[in-house]
Design a protein around this ligand. Sequence first.
Ligand code: DGI
Ligand code: FE
Ligand code: FE
Length: 208
Amino acid sequence: MNKETKNSMETQEILTLRKAMEKALEGKRYEHTLGVAYTAASLAMCYGQDVHKAQVAGLLHDCAKNYTNEKRINICRKNGIPINEAEQKNPFLLHAKVGSFLAREKYGIKDKEILDAITYHTTGRPDMGMLDKIIYIADYIEPGRRQAPGLPEVRRLAFASLDDCLYRILKDTLDYLGASKMEIDMSTQQTYDYYKALRCDQKGRESL
Ligand code: DGI
Ligand code: FE
Ligand code: FE
């Protein structure tokens, strides 16, 4: 495929997905979705990653957000998607896995990196891929976000070091979940532990 054909197919894909999300999501959630797509694209530019894939993953990351918990649980049961303990107690967490399923089955996405980035956008996972990190961070810092503590600093960090930014978000999220006495998903804890250990390793090496 020549470059021009590829470019025009990519533009068409973005237009189609944007229209689909406008239909599937409420107004505020759609605005958030656009914010994540553009922020993810900017991070991809900053770190030399595929800008189109970042946009697609950003547009679709919350595509299951408008479903009821009952519908999300049903989709999991019917399609052999496992539900862990934290997800059972907080079924909203399932919008990530179900979103990835819908991205594949309903929106025709075949790219594994995009599907993984959607699956892990809420909890993260140890040893995340570049696109996983970009979507996880873009979701937290997009312009429409207002509530998280220290957002200006987290936003600056996002464009300076993905791993430092990831660690900071995971730490703040675990603090928040702990303070609100919410169930912590194993993946959130394991991701935090992984990036904390990575930081210690790096600091250790720097001081050698
Ligand atoms: O869907 P969004 O609101 O755009 O963002 P998201 O998918 O990252 O979800 C954010 C929420 O998920 C935020 O309130 C923190 C929460 N969260 C992240 N990890 C866990 C969690 N909630 C629980 N109960 N357990 C977790 O491990
Ligand atoms: Fe989400
Ligand atoms: Fe989101």
